[in-house]
Design a protein around this ligand. Structure first.
Ligand code: NAD
Length: 318
């Protein structure tokens, strides 16, 4: 099998590439990534001499390049994106370019080359916020940030390619991932690395916003599972089953790092900060997938990883 992974130098793409290369060593992987600030080619350095892994530095919006790569591909996993909500508030246009136009270029090329599966990685943020209960895949989308709106728009085009052209598209909507190789702009690596540096952690507002956390390896396994068992044209929520207010998450991290609450810096809230994300995972559960990792243990391991890999994140925080 020939696999195209876009965004393989980012957080989830790196973990997914490692996962796939180790689990299916006979498959050939092409990683297409234009290495934005969030991409890091060193992440997959251990595979640079692996003849089944190749890296192409390039933009998913580049039609000619994408077309030249897509020729012999069987499955596309589209991770490439601008992924940070705060950045989408400061500079939204690149989110539409990469997340919408880039996805469209990939879909069009996948259609031209009759690929066997197009797994599009979306997010639970497309639903918007929910006070009580959990979103099902059939619920309407009310994305509130330019980031989540661009992800929702990309999904709409992906869906249309399935309906109109029969392109074998499947969409995943996962909750917040955590684990190794996450850029230290996102809350867990930001807080852990700040505390290693003996700095305070900037917590938005009162910290009552609720997120569900999934260990990145669980998400990789779920995406693999969906690529084999998911139904063409369907959407699957992927949750970790670990909903927690940000203040509680912060306290867990502080405790693990041996710091007290004086290290919390309550900063002005994010614009239009979604109060709670929550996904109903019955559909994927019924199909046969459940998360394996325990939140407290995997969080501890994640913290250990950032402690053991200062060299990796220190250059990114400069
Ligand atoms: P990330 O920001 O860590 O990585 C994104 C990668 O995409 C980087 O390597 C970057 O260089 C690359 N990229 C950006 N623009 C590109 C372009 N135009 N062409 C080629 N490559 C480009 O993101 P992540 O956290 O790994 O997220 C991966 C995917 O999963 C995204 O689609 C995101 O929306 C989705 N997602 C993430 C989370 C999460 O918690 N991190 C949750 C749900 C869904």
């Amino acid at each position: 099998m020939q696999i195209l992974i876009t965004g393989g130098c980012g957080f989830i793409g790196t973990n997914f590439s490692k996962y796939w290369l180790e689990k299916y060593p006979e498959d050939k992987i092409i990683n297409l990534d234009n290495v934005t600030y969030a991409g890091n080619i060193d992440n997959l350095k251990e595979f640079e001499n692996n003849e089944n892994y190749s890296f192409i530095k390039g933009d998913i919006c580049d039609k000619a390049l994408v077309e030249s790569i897509m020729k012999d591909i069987d499955i596309v996993f589209n991770f490439a994106a601008e992924s940070h909500v705060d950045n989408s508030i400061k500079g939204p246009m690149i989110f539409t370019e990469t997340n919408v136009l880039g996805t469209h270029v990939l879909l069009e090329s996948a259609r031209n080359n009759k690929i066997k599966r197009f797994i599009h990685i979306s997010t639970d943020e497309v639903y918007g916020s929910i006070k009580n209960g959990s979103f099902k895949e059939t619920d309407i989308l009310k994305p509130n940030s330019p980031y989540s709106a661009s992800k929702a728009a990309a999904e709409m085009i992906a869906r249309s390619y399935n309906i109109t052209f029969n392109l074998p598209v499947i969409i995943t909507r996962s909750s917040n991932n955590y684990g190794p190789y996450q850029y230290p702009e996102k809350v867990i690596p930001l807080f852990v690395t700040n505390l290693i540096e003996n700095k305070k952690v900037p917590l938005y507002g009162t910290g009552m916003n609720v997120r569900d956390w999934i260990y990145v390896v669980d998400n990789c396994e779920a995406i693999d599972f969906i690529s084999k068992n998911g139904k063409i044209g369907e959407i699957y929520n992927i949750g970790g089953g670990n909903e927690i207010p940000n203040i509680e998450l912060t306290k867990k991290i502080l405790k693990e790092m041996g710091k007290d609450e004086s290290f919390i810096d309550h900063v002005e809230d994010r614009l239009a900060h979604d109060f709670r994300y929550s996904v109903n995972c019955e559909k994927i559960n019924k199909l046969g997938w459940k998360p394996r990792f325990n939140f407290n243990n995997a969080l501890k391991e994640t913290i250990q990883w950032y402690k053991a890999n200062e060299e990796w994140w220190r250059k990114l925080k400069k």
